[in-house]
Design a binder for this molecule. Sequence first.
Ligand SMILES: [Mg+2]
Length: 395
Amino acid sequence: MHHPPQRWIAHMDLDAFFASCEQRDDPALRGRPVVVGARPGQRGVVAAASYEARRYGIRSAMPIAEAARRCPHAVYLRPDLEKYRRVSRQVFEVLGTLTPSVETASIDEAYLDVSGLERLLGPPDTIGREIKHRIHAATGLTASVGIGPNRLIAKLGSEYRKPDGLTVVSPAQVADFLAPMPVGNLRGLGPQTLKILDRLGIRTVARLRAMPLHVLEQHLGRHAAAGFLRQAEGIAPDRVIPDRARKSISKETTFATDCTNPDVVHATLRRLAAEVARTARGEGLAGTVVTLKIRYAGFETHTRQRKRAAATCDEREILETAVQLLHARGLPDKPVRLVGVGISEWSATDTTQPDLFDSPQRRTAGRQVLRTIDAVSEKFGHGKLQLGVPPASDT
Ligand SMILES: [Mg+2]
């Protein structure tokens, strides 16, 4: 019988990235609790906490005031995002020396398809050590690496042992690896879902896996139930999309019930534009073409595109064009089932350029805001922070 070659996906996650950069550059900070984020006494959150600070229970996304209460003597630093981006680029360059199949997940996380490296370097654990070693040699930073048959297992692997961890999970080990984990470790389970599962007495992946599909469907809906069960069985995508091959960045949302409220459609477009912009900035990409996808009740789908004068990765500009497309003539006035926003046709934006956001001075303030938002969103997923988007005429 023919067996396809084993696929190995690696997930690399730099440890306490922002805080580690600061500790690396200032020996006086080493061994001390370091908190990068908002200024204590002001509003805002923790963007990163060193492992010493984590011992006080300080976590990313925690209000800075709470961090200050937990550990008043910690060193509180403002984020130096230029620095973090510089170091991040170094790390990604190093990864690129191992394989061209590197996909940026955030400023400090990447997926790599390392399947082809076995012949070159050795078994997965050797590959994992090599990834960590090269990053450390180039930047002085530690990373945690997980390697497994797909993205989910790789990601859970890198979370499994931190900092400076390496976890390899073979296909034969997947079931045992997942079984004792809290269900919250799986992807895409929001607080609402977790509450429902908790009520059903499902706290571990093993329990989730043991649940009959129809019971889960009843409580979570068909789509979500099937998705979580697949994850519980360790089934997940195993494709790495190399950054260079990416043709477009797009996000879409299907409404739970067909939407007739234009304000909801608008708010959704705004959120999608913000997600697209954030992803683009994280990858150092700016696109000239904005795409609006809209599907109506009955699956009638329209895709509209407009080319902007200049490439953008600014959510306000993406939203502006998406809204223009929405109001352009020819779209029916019917309940909306799905909306999507995308950008494509990259300009020659080079990630080695510190300034991705055109030049005019009036953008500088906005840029700082965007970057702070990115820094926070990159750490905690989207939606924590959003810009109030001014009317289109202001942008
Ligand atoms: Mg990290």
